[in-house]
Design a protein around this ligand. Structure first.
Ligand code: ZN
Length: 108
């Protein structure tokens, strides 16, 4: 997985951002942890099965729905189903070897 360290992406308060399978990480977090790499790899698997574009559309819509539900940006982010799957399994280094397709959908 390609990792690009930089000063701009993601915005402050976040460690890494996955854009179409490429990780952008803030320089101050170099090197990012294996857990973060695994987390972003789970997002890449989700993106592939959502044909990339639909991942971002779903992610954006669900974030708005969760924001209305939780009235808090951080809670909204943590309760997006893609994030729930990634945070639940990012400490399991072999999760992607046995992950079922669309597993995030069970967490909507
Ligand atoms: Zn995430």
């Amino acid at each position: 997985m390609k990792i690009i360290y930089n000063k701009l992406l993601p915005t402050k308060g976040f460690v890494a951002l996955n854009l179409f399978g490429v990780i952008f990480a803030r320089k101050e977090y170099k090197p990012i942890s294996d857990r973060t790499i695994n987390h972003e790899s789970i997002h890449t698997a989700q993106m592939r099965e959502m044909l990339y574009l639909f991942f971002y559309i779903w992610y954006g819509i669900e974030w708005v729905v969760r924001l209305l539900q939780y009235k808090n940006k951080r809670d909204a982010y943590r309760n997006i189903s893609f994030e729930k799957e990634a945070y639940l399994h990012d400490m399991d280094p072999v999760y992607l070897k046995h992950r079922k397709l669309y597993n995030w959908f069970r967490l909507v």
